[in-house]
Write a protein that binds this ligand. Structure first.
Ligand code: HEM
Length: 223
């Protein structure tokens, strides 16, 4: 069954959309978690400790997320390669549908996001990039995520790097969120422009939510 889905282009598009939806939901929940920075250290540190100590939730979620990311990347690369193979035929048979810059650069922006996630995990979760972060603990021995983020984003190079990465991620999502509706078959004739406009709005909302933390630290609003 999975073999048949993988072999058909529609099946791969479907897999890409399902995994994309899961990843977008994760990104949204993560952004909401980060916004708790504005509610003070107790609130965000309690939330982080709750996640870290729910082992029965944490590891299945990490495992699921990793599988989704791998399937999403695998289908993305394969579909792009297939599209390039058939491009000449497409030029000959019909006018190319209007492609935006975001849609034409999905492979590049997606690859950048994948590299960013590796860096991000080494930075905050594994703690090998800045050894100070691993030492930051709350009095009850949990990670002091509040202090970790303030410390990290007080360095303007780190803050700018994260802001740039969030820009690329949200550019990727500005096309991706619209495209997943198409691939999942959720489309009504004539509503396509509206769906893409709402997708761009959602991506903009994610961008504002994510960059608000490094920007607020740089401006001294969070300290
Ligand atoms: C300004 C933006 C972001 C900030 C400040 C941020 C912050 C953090 C922090 C502090 C952690 C570690 C939490 C802990 O160990 O308790 C973390 C984990 C993580 N973040 Fe982010 N993050 C950002 C954006 C993103 C984005 C855009 C993605 C995905 C595309 C992402 C993916 C992850 C993943 C996969 C983990 C590991 C979760 C785990 O298994 O423990 N982050 N993030």
């Amino acid at each position: 069954m999975l073999d048949r889905v993988w072999k058909s282009t529609l099946g791969k598009k479907f897999l890409m959309a399902v995994t994309g939806t899961g990843l977008v939901l994760f990104v949204f929940v993560h952004m909401m978690g980060n916004l708790q920075m504005f509610l003070g250290p107790e609130v965000i540190n309690r939330y982080a400790a709750m996640l870290q100590t729910s082992i029965e939730f944490l590891w299945p979620a990490r495992f699921g997320l990793a599988i989704f990311a791998l399937v999403h990347i695998g289908t993305g690369i394969t579909l792009t390669w297939q599209n390039r193979q058939t491009r000449d035929q497409r030029y000959a048979t019909r006018k190319l549908v209007k492609a935006t810059l975001a849609s034409r650069t999905m492979l590049w922006t997606g690859s950048f996001v994948a590299l960013y996630v590796v860096y991000h995990l080494l930075h905050f979760t594994i703690g090998t990039i800045d050894l100070h972060l691993a030492e930051m603990k709350t009095p009850d021995g949990h990670r002091d995520v509040y202090r970790m983020l303030i410390w990290a984003f007080q360095d303007s190079r780190v803050a700018c790097g994260y802001i740039l990465a969030m820009g690329v991620l949200c550019f990727h999502l500005s096309h991706g969120i619209g495209a997943l509706f198409q691939s999942l078959g959720i489309k009504k004739p004539g509503y396509e422009p509206l769906i893409y406009r709402l997708a761009r709005l959602a991506a903009l909302g994610l961008l504002v939510g994510f960059v608000s933390v490094p920007v607020a630290v740089q401006l001294g609003w969070l300290q």
